[in-house]
Design a protein around this ligand. Structure first.
Ligand SMILES: [Zn+2]
Length: 149
C-alpha cells in the first residue's frame, strides 16, 4: 500500500504555481484502489488547474499510456493503450445546493484526492468489449468456451 495517493493535490496551490503536474501511475496505483477491472498500468497523467472563480477551479486532467485488464474472451491479461482528457470542476470547501452536481469538493485542508476520478476516466475510455485480436487470444480457452456454450 502507498501511504499517500499520487493524485492528492491542493488545487489552490497548483493553480497559483501556474505549472502543470506530471504524475506517473503504475501498478501500485490500481492495486490500491478497491476495484478489479484494471489490474495494472503505466500511464502519464498531466494535471493543470485554473482558478475560474473564488474557490472554484477547473482541473484539466489528461492520461496517456497503457493499462492491463482481462480479455473478455480468454480471461488472460490484455494490454490496452489509452489516451483521455477531461476537465473536472473542483470547489475549495463544502458542496452547496447551488453547485453543479458534477462539482467535486476539497477536504477541510484544501486538498482533494483525484484517484477515483482519474481511475473512472481511464476506465470509461476503454472499449466496452475488451478482447485480444483473434490471433492473439488464447485459442485453447476460445475453443474451450466455444465447446461449452
Ligand atoms: Zn483473449
Amino acid at each position: 500500500m502507498q501511504c499517500k495517493s499520487p493524485l492528492l493535490i491542493c488545487p489552490k496551490d497548483v493553480a497559483s504555481a501556474g505549472k502543470s503536474l506530471e504524475i506517473h501511475l503504475q501498478d501500485a496505483f490500481f492495486a490500491d484502489l478497491e476495484q478489479e477491472e484494471i489490474k495494472g498500468g503505466d500511464l502519464k497523467v498531466v494535471l493543470s488547474v485554473k482558478n475560474t472563480a473564488p474557490d472554484y477551479f477547473d482541473v484539466k486532467l489528461s492520461a496517456e499510456g497503457s493499462v492491463v485488464t482481462l480479455c473478455d474472451r480468454c480471461l488472460e491479461d490484455l494490454q490496452l493503450e489509452t489516451k483521455v482528457e477531461e476537465t473536472l470542476k473542483v470547489k475549495d470547501g463544502e458542496w452547496a445546493e447551488s453547485d453543479d452536481p458534477e462539482t467535486l469538493c476539497t477536504e477541510a485542508n484544501g486538498k482533494i484526492d483525484l484517484s477515483w476520478s482519474t481511475y473512472e476516466l481511464i476506465f470509461t475510455s476503454l472499449p466496452g468489449k475488451k478482447t485480444h485480436s483473434i490471433e492473439e487470444c488464447n485459442t485453447e480457452a476460445v475453443k474451450f468456451i466455444a465447446g461449452e456454450i
